[in-house]
Each structure stands twice: as structure tokens, then as C-alpha cells.
Design a protein around this ligand. Structure first.
Ligand code: ATP
Length: 224
């Protein structure tokens, strides 16, 4: 059973004569232990696809199966619980809560999901790998773009999700940190049997991918 399976997904935006199809009959699978990259031109629908994959948005037609559950059939409340339990998001807008310190971003997660999160040495190791241990008492406004991106990555991995969905996770990072983040995602996939899907323009990430898909004009094609 694939961790992620999308069957014949379509999605359109706009109304009546301005309606346009962003995803056209898209099929996709990703297995536990694999890193998959989705690439493609700006505006081709990659983020839309990722949000459908993460049950943040429903398709107009098709099926979204995650870890054996057809999530697009769930109520929105059930989808909320499913996401919390199973999916780690690393989104472009970073989505750190502005009035909480870095440490409290993790404590907030504990309040909504109290069990199964990283703790002790594992948590410290994650913070050290991403070089964010020294930022725990800072507020998001005090962080650089790269620092807040690294905190967002740590928070996405903190709940030990079975599925990790990342949208341009290396956009603000220098060469050395791109390398570290890629290794971290690869290790998460291999050792913790997580399915990792990354939307990226960053070709430096390609060497870490088990599979690469390209999305062009709403059509998804497997390149590798
Ligand atoms: N909520 C929405 N309502 C209307 N149109 C939308 C909405 N979300 C996305 N779109 C449109 O759908 C198309 C695909 O957008 P999307 O953000 O998925 O592309 P992308 O491939 O991720 O782009 P980029 O690489 O620039 O981030 C774009 O034309 C965008 O304007």
C-alpha cells in the first residue's frame, strides 16, 4: 500500500467563462521510505497539488488516499484530526505564530497533539542538525528568512508524521544548509519510513530524490 495515492485528480479555479483547470487527471503515488520531488514552471499547480495531497483542500474530482484512508471523503473535522496525526507540513509562508517564541511554537503543537512527538535526545538532535537550538527564545520577527525556514522544518518533523509535505523548503538556505536539510529529509524517509514529497525549483535537491515528477499545464509526468 502506497503512503500517498492520488487517482485522477482534477481541480479548477474561477467561475463560469473564467474557469480554468489547474490539475487535469493527475495520478501520483509515493511510498514510505521515499523522497519524491515535484517540479514544474511557476503557476503550473504544484502548490495546489500539495495542498490537495495534504487534505488542506479537496479536489473537484478524483480520490486522495493517505496511509490507507480516502481523505477527500472525510468531514472537515475528520480531515483536521487526520492531518494532525499523520502529516508534517513545511509550507512556503513558514506559518510560524508571530506572538510565540520558537520554543513555544513546539509547545503549541504539544497542546493539540500531546503524544508521539519527538522528545529528549531525538528532539535536541533535530534542533542541532537544523542549527536552531540557540533560537529557542526568539520571536519569529527576530529571525532571518533562513532561520525561520529552518524552524518551520523542525516543527514540520516534530510530530513524527508518516507523511512529510514540503513546499520549497530550501528557498532561503545557503549551500551547506541545503545539503543538511536534504540529508535530514532523506534520513527521515529511510530510517523512520516516512513518505516525503517536496515541491521545489531547487535542482540541488534532485540528487536526494528517489523519484522526480514534472507538472506542466496541469499534467503530471514521472521523470524518474
Ligand atoms: N485559491 C485560488 N483561487 C484562484 N486561483 C488560484 C488559487 N490558488 C491558485 N490559483 C491559481 O492556480 C494556478 C496554480 O497555482 P499554484 O500556486 O498551485 O502554482 P505553483 O506551480 O505552485 O506556482 P509557484 O511555483 O509560482 O509557487 C495559478 O494560476 C494560480 O494563480
Amino acid at each position: 500500500m502506497a503512503s500517498i495515492e492520488l487517482k485522477q485528480i482534477t481541480k479548477s479555479f474561477g467561475t463560469e467563462e473564467n474557469r480554468y483547470r489547474v490539475l487535469d487527471n493527475v495520478n501520483f503515488t509515493s511510498d514510505a521510505g521515499e523522497v519524491t520531488i515535484i517540479t514544474g514552471p511557476s503557476g503550473s499547480g504544484k502548490s495546489t497539488l500539495l495542498t490537495i495531497m495534504g487534505a488542506l483542500r479537496n479536489p473537484d474530482a478524483g480520490e486522495v488516499w493517505l496511509d490507507g484512508t480516502q481523505v477527500n471523503q472525510l468531514s472537515s473535522r475528520e480531515q483536521d484530526h487526520f492531518r494532525l496525526d499523520k502529516i508534517g507540513f513545511i509550507l512556503q509562508a513558514h506559518t510560524l505564530v508571530p506572538f510565540l517564541t520558537v520554543n513555544d511554537q513546539f509547545r503549541l503543537v504539544d497542546q493539540v497533539k500531546s503524544k508521539g512527538n519527538l522528545e529528549g535526545q531525538q528532539f535536541q538532535q533535530l534542533l542541532d542538525t537544523l542549527d536552531v537550538s540557540q533560537l529557542l527564545n526568539q520571536y519569529p520577527a527576530e529571525l532571518s528568512g533562513g532561520q525561520s525556514q529552518r524552524v518551520a522544518i523542525a516543527r514540520g518533523l516534530y510530530t513524527k508524521p508518516v507523511i512529510i509535505l514540503a513546499d520549497e523548503p530550501t528557498a532561503s538556505l545557503d549551500e551547506n544548509r541545503v545539503f543538511r536539510v536534504c540529508k535530514l529529509l532523506k534520513t527521515a524517509a529511510k530510517e523512520q519510513r516516512q513518505a516525503v514529497v517536496v515541491v521545489t525549483h531547487d535542482e540541488r535537491m534532485h540528487q536526494y530524490a528517489d523519484h522526480i515528477y514534472e507538472l506542466v499545464d496541469g499534467h503530471l509526468t514521472k521523470q524518474r
